[in-house]
Design a protein around this ligand. Sequence first.
Ligand code: CP
Length: 297
Amino acid sequence: FEHFVSETQVTPELAESLIDRAEAFKQGATPAVATPYYAANLFFENSTRTHTSFEMAERKLGMTVIPFDPGHSSVTKGESLEDTLRALAAIGIQVAVIRHSQDNYYQPLIEANVPLHIVNAGDGAGQHPSQMMLDLMTIREEFGHFKGLHVGIVGDLAHSRVARSDMAMLTQLGATVSFSGPKTWYTKDFEQYGDYVPLDDLIPQVDVLMLLRVQLERLTPAEKAEFSAESYHERFGINQARYDQMKPGAIIMHPAPVNRGVELASDLVLAERSRIFKQMHNGVFMRMAMLELVCGK
Ligand code: CP
């Protein structure tokens, strides 16, 4: 495993074994990464969870983390991503964790044989493999399996790399996926993975209600001008009445950050069914497992 960039690299068997390893790390297992090992995190898009938890995972694995700030790097002088990575590799960086706004940014870098490992921390509306893996870990902790589960993915599908990674892997693992939210965001690429179901019909059916953040920063100026948080919440958000319609044992997930009062009522963020902060906690151990797969002995 030279690079970890996409859901397409993950078989159901690998997904299960990464979850096993992440669970072992959660119980205090010893990492198998040679030290010293040098990592850099290149976040060209903002992040709280993914950036911090990759850095926590690297430190827990015994890696040395070399700071990289895109805004003060020579990328601002026009240096390409490939030349940036070649420079970091020449300096001694062995793994680069990268978030970038461009879909598939990693493909030309891999084809150019950049001399370090790449771990994708999110590319545009493409893939978010570490979020997918921590989501799977959280679901398996809850239910013990994937086969036969019904997962409803609700919200800003069009801009969501989380939806794209999760829907593909969940269906491979034997779960049924359905979609809801604004119907214009249910585009052709979702049809092969699941049906669109009106929200109030979907809620009582699902084991997992996976909410997606409305990515205001990716809306066009016209879409942004039209967007109303109140109207979205009324039509597509989870309020107490909708929460009460969920099946016994069903859970709410959200990759976060949450737009409180939009996708989810503010006072439901910490509700009993919410696994939002558990997802973040699991993310550290899952990122340890992913980094070990790529960088391990
Ligand atoms: N879920 C997620 O990717 O959050 P951040 O953007 O804060 O990393």
